[in-house]
Design a protein around this ligand. Structure first.
Ligand SMILES: [Zn+2]
Length: 242
């Protein structure tokens, strides 16, 4: 059985760390990008490591900092991958660029629509806005990363056929536990967002087994059942994108 890390920034790891993750048989990873440089690095990691899928994208945190030429170069890379991310909106950490973020995100959605790719979404503080924009587009496959939004939106995520990324921060984050309590297992994908740090936790793939155990405790099932279900969700996700 394999662990899944559906949202990691492998381009931010040292080559020593990469040796521990690249090619591992018990771990599947989707590495997300913020800009052109990370998109190119992640594509080359996908080509090197059989357990890695790459996403290309422009992160809402760098919107306004990158040129339109760089943006176009990232868009050109979409055909080389199955996922676009980390893209979306952020009202929580960078509210000052929100209007530009919306423009950029809408452009990205237009580019993704016709190509059958999956979206890996960042939606901190903008859960509703991101869901509405994606819903209005014809993109059918999306994962909302590190979901800690309102629990009354979970049903909408389910109706839209999207997935919820459960971050390893759940080990310290009550809101993430509540999301897991209320969301059906069929919606969940595990993730680390490594190498990000959260309240003293060094997020990364090494935490995924503890995350799986914790989700199992919350759901009142065996860790093996969570592992199996998340892996099924992951293979289903791959099946649904080109
Ligand atoms: Zn991220």
């Amino acid at each position: 059985m394999k662990y899944v890390d559906s949202h990691i920034h492998l381009n931010d790891y040292t080559s020593e760390d990469l040796l521990r993750y690249c090619g591992r048989r018990d771990l599947e990873l989707i590495t997300v990008s913020e800009d052109l440089k990370s998109s190119l690095t992640n594509i080359s990691l996908m080509e090197r490591c059989q357990n890695v899928q790459a996403a290309v994208g422009v992160h809402p945190w760098v919107v306004g900092k990158i040129s339109s030429e760089e943006f176009s170069e990232v868009i050109k890379l979409i055909d080389r991958v199955r996922f676009v991310g980390e893209v979306g909106l952020d009202k929580r950490f960078v509210p000052e660029t929100f209007r530009t973020q919306v423009e950029v995100f809408v452009n990205i959605l237009k580019e993704v629509e016709s190509r059958g790719k999956g979206l890996l979404l960042h939606a901190a503080g903008a859960w509703k806005e991101v869901l509405s924009l994606v819903d209005r587009s014809s993109v059918g496959v999306a994962v909302i990363h590190w979901y800690t939004g309102p629990t009354d939106l979970i049903k909408r995520v389910e109706d839209l056929g999207y997935y919820i990324g459960v971050n390893a921060a759940l080990l310290r984050q009550a809101k993430a536990r509540e999301v897991v309590r209320q969301a059906p297992l069929e919606l969940l994908l595990t993730e680390s967002d490594g190498p990000y740090e959260y309240r003293g936790l060094r997020l990364g793939p090494d935490l995924i087994p503890s995350l799986v155990s914790e989700v199992a405790t919350i759901k009142g099932v065996k860790p093996g059942d969570v592992l199996q279900e998340v892996y099924n969700n992951y293979t289903e996700l791959l099946r649904r994108v080109k």
